[in-house]
Design a protein around this ligand. Structure first.
Ligand SMILES: Nc1ncnc2c1ncn2[C@@H]1O[C@H](COP(=O)(O)OP(=O)(O)OP(=O)(O)O)[C@@H](O)[C@H]1O
Length: 518
């Protein structure tokens, strides 16, 4: 293996006002390796990625990338470092081709003359997306998943010597993640250094050659491939006083599923042309919802909470007061029937960026706590706020700071706290653990398990199969726009879930090899 050191950070520190994002960060990466950077939300990973990319300057310490100092993103680009940040950055009013080559010389000339660049762009997009994409269409009208691929393809087309992916796969489904891994592997074989910042442990176990762990702004160590396990990562990421003793205490105990339905959907049509199906949520259970991108599961959960109308069918929920089933047609119906919703797409349907952390968490309970003349009774909300911040270990400064001052994962925790704060009877979560660290995921599972033990009910959509195993009481897998198969008991395992995701019969083995990108 090529052992040339391509990145070296020594004793790097960086503060934002009072917040010490990095206190003592030491790091080394080689050519030809995939190196994961792991740590709790707010431990300093993005800050580290931004320093390496020249976006931020360290307060002290030294940084060397391919033997050079990087003072700006332009410097970084010149020496062959490319970063894919968490946000999907595309120009909506430009074509796919222009987006792919933006900032590169002669883009317009080569577009009119056809040529190698178009062929190259076609080839990489087809590999990444899994089908060809029209290079001349405007990006604005494309779905978010294709926009994300354009950002990734743009980085790959630069043939970087160092590529940093900061949570770039957080929203990708399994099939897409495998295609991304193949591209990463290609770069590794060409001798590039690939750094991945991710909370998806199954993913990094599969692909990383080494992993460096940050805790509270300090590098605590680097694991070799054979040492990268969930338990090792968790124990290095988490301070000793917070390590859970019984890690699976949230587990589904193979409980009998109750007969009483708290929510049902009849003759549901999730996508315009798909077949109708029925769904029920038994009281006191956790039902997982799975599917590859675009199979109708996302539309389904959004219809359940009234964010969008389904193409057919009705959603009913049992009223906590009367015991009768009532219809859900809007988000307001859902809220007044005691249904809370947590979206993983916090930018589009979650946070109020101009509001404080306190307001973002407490917003749903405002109405119930209005005093005379509509004034918010803040003191009555404070204990609730503190309870949610403590139990989800949300890392905040002052509650009155804007929510956007928090790290991505901590913003997501605020949304989860909001769902619990509403004191709901049903919580519907749509890929809630995106960008949330491993310790917090476990805390979330534990809280949800406690919630159903007390009679609540949960619908949990995830793009990561691993999330369901040992946690969900039932997993409903979507394929071709409809609920394709419900799995329970021992069938809640990787193989049967995967088979159903690909629309295969229960006993068929899945053709592609999960390890092929390792
Ligand atoms: N521009 C900024 N202004 C103020 N504080 C900031 C800023 N950027 C980061 N921080 C703070 O620095 C700390 C480290 O944040 P960073 O985004 O590096 O964490 P992270 O490990 O990437 O977290 P996550 O896993 O949630 O993305 C956090 O406490 C965060 O609130």
């Amino acid at each position: 293996m090529n052992r040339e050191i391509t990145i070296r950070l020594a004793d790097v520190a960086k503060s934002f006002g009072e917040t010490k994002a990095l206190k003592k960060c030491d790091f080394e990466a080689h050519a030809g390796e995939v190196h994961a950077i792991v740590g709790e939300n707010g431990s300093g990973k993005s800050t580290m990625a931004k320093i390496m990319s020249g976006v931020l300057h360290p307060d002290s310490g030294t940084v060397s990338i391919l033997g050079e100092k990087v003072n700006s993103p332009i410097d970084a680009k010149k020496i062959g470092l490319t970063t894919i940040f968490q946000e999907v950055l595309v120009a909506d009013e430009a074509s796919v081709f222009e987006n792919l080559f933006v900032g590169r010389d002669g883009v317009f000339k080569s577009q009119s003359g056809g040529g190698d660049r178009r062929a190259e762009a076609n080839e990489i997009l087809t590999r990444l997306v899994g089908k060809s994409v029209d290079l001349d269409q405007m990006v604005g009208g494309l779905p978010l998943s294709i926009k994300q691929w354009i950002v990734i393809a743009r980085a790959m087309l630069r043939r970087p010597r160092v590529l940093i992916l900061d949570e770039s796969s957080a929203a990708l489904d399994l099939d897409s993640t495998i295609r991304l891994h193949e591209e990463i592997d290609r770069l590794r074989r060409e001798g590039a250094t690939v750094l991945i910042v991710t909370h998806r442990i199954a993913e990094l176990v599969r692909i990383a050659d080494r992993a460096t762990i940050l805790r509270d702004g300090v590098t605590v160590g680097t694991l070799q491939k054979h040492e990268i396990t969930e338990e090792n990562l968790l124990s290095m990421m988490t301070p000793p006083d917070r390590r859970a003793s019984d890690v699976k205490e949230y587990a589904s105990k193979n409980r009998a599923i109750a007969e009483v339905s708290v929510m049902t959907a009849k003759n549901m049509v999730a996508q315009r042309t798909s077949a109708p199906f029925d769904f029920d949520l038994p009281k006191g259970s956790i039902v997982g919802v799975a599917g590859l991108d675009g199979q109708g599961q996302d539309a389904f959960v959004r219809a359940l909470v009234g964010i969008m109308r389904p193409f057919g069918g009705d959603v009913l929920v049992r009223s906590a007061e009367t015991g009768k089933m009532v219809e859900i047609a809007t988000l307001e119906d859902a809220a007044s029937a005691g249904i809370s919703y947590v979206s993983g797409d916090r930018k589009r349907e979650g946070i109020f960026p101009q509001q404080s952390i306190f307001e973002n968490l407490a917003i749903g309970v405002y109405r119930k706590n209005l005093g005379p003349m509509g004034i918010i009774r803040k003191p009555t909300l404070k204990p609730m706020f503190k309870r949610e911040v403590d139990r989800l270990r949300i890392k905040i400064g002052s509650p009155s700071n804007k929510i956007t001052s928090l790290s991505g994962g901590n913003q997501q925790k605020v949304l989860i706290g909001r769902a619990f704060a509403n004191d709901p009877q049903v919580i519907v979560l749509n890929d809630p653990a995106r960008g949330v660290d491993l310790g917090t995921k476990r805390d979330l599972y534990r809280e949800l398990r406690a919630f159903v033990e007390k009679g609540g009910s949960v619908i949990y959509l995830s793009s990561e199969i691993e999330e369901f195993i040992g946690f969900a009481d039932r997993v409903d897998v979507f394929f071709a726009g409809r609920l394709f198969r419900s799995l329970s008991g021992d069938h809640i395992a990787e193989e049967p879930i995967l088979a159903a995701m690909f629309g295969k019969s229960e006993n068929a083995s899945v053709e592609f090899d999960l390890e092929r990108s390792a």
